[in-house]
Design a protein around this ligand. Structure first.
Ligand SMILES: Nc1ncnc2c1ncn2[C@@H]1O[C@H](COP(=O)(O)OP(=O)(O)OP(=O)(O)O)[C@@H](O)[C@H]1O
Length: 253
């Protein structure tokens, strides 16, 4: 379990960017983090994988305080798909994906031929194997996103953190990715993902955390918290929820 206990963080001295954030992420569940632009979702996720250090509060991964773990140790528990990423050097796509196993390699060791085969199957899953030998920095936004997701799957950790992984993906790939995240959670992984589309959260996720102005305004099972009233408060717009052929659809009035 990852346990977030009352954390606050600030980028500067003027007020807290996130305040009193508490929740748990269990293996076997898929959580959606919903909230308006700038509400603090990425900041929460960056605290969760050790990139940012909370000003107050504690984060435990299993029974380890995150403060006591190195980046390499954290990477054995958690893989992350960031919102944006540019490789500083020009790596091939297949190398970027194979690098997913780096936390398991001893110093100076490189991924093996078997690892590269595995990396290739990850590309095949998203039907982007034709990109294997391309320079990562020359890919489209959506292609880059798929490559980073493939790398995270290659890392094969118990927990996955995704920051708006669907933002650059086409209609089909958004669905494919959400189905894969659901499958991963059903197979025992703990997944938390920031999302901008409440419909994807409603359809695929188990639990929802709503964040506004750096605070959790409500969280719980999707059947309890995904309603037009909460979404209206979250996004400051009139929201309706209706069933179309047995599927609930959320839309702005
Ligand atoms: N490196 C930084 N330095 C200073 N302020 C920052 C930094 N990164 C983010 N912020 C500010 O912190 C607040 C929360 O940003 P964050 O990226 O966590 O929001 P978000 O909910 O992920 O937004 P979005 O949905 O637009 O990606 C915003 O007001 C943002 O301007």
């Amino acid at each position: 379990m990852i346990s977030v206990n009352n954390i606050s963080f600030s980028y500067d001295t003027v007020g807290d960017t996130i305040k009193n954030i508490s929740f748990t992420l269990n293996k076997g569940e898929l959580i959606a983090l919903l909230g308006p632009n700038g509400s603090g979702k990425s900041t929460i996720l960056k605290c969760l994988n050790g990139i940012l250090k909370p000003k107050t509060g504690e984060i435990y991964i299993e029974n380890y305080n995150i403060k006591d773990l190195s980046y390499k140790e954290i990477a054995k528990f958690i893989s992350i798909v960031p919102q944006e990423h540019s490789a500083v050097f020009s790596y091939l796509v297949i190398d970027i994906v194979a690098m997913g196993i780096t936390p398991y390699l001893s110093f100076g060791r490189m991924p093996t031929t078997k690892d590269y085969k595995e990396a290739y199957t990850k590309l095949e899953f998203f039907n982007i194997q034709h990109l294997a030998e391309k320079n990562y920095n020359q890919l489209s936004g959506g292609e880059k996103q798929l490559v980073l997701i493939a790398r995270a799957l290659m890392q094969n950790t118990d927990y996955l953190i995704m920051d708006e992984p669907t933002s650059h993906l086409d209609f089909k790939n958004q669905h494919l990715l959400m189905e894969e995240l659901k499958k991963l959670s059903e197979n025992g992984k703990g997944v938390i993902t920031a999302l901008h589309d409440p419909n994807l959260a409603l359809r695929f996720c188990d639990r929802i955390i709503m964040v506004k102005n750096g605070e959790i305004i409500c969280s719980g099972d999707k059947t309890e918290v995904m309603n037009s009233q909460n979404l209206q408060i979250l996004y400051d717009v009139p929201v309706s929820m209706n069933k179309v052929e047995d599927v609930s659809i959320i839309y702005i009035n």
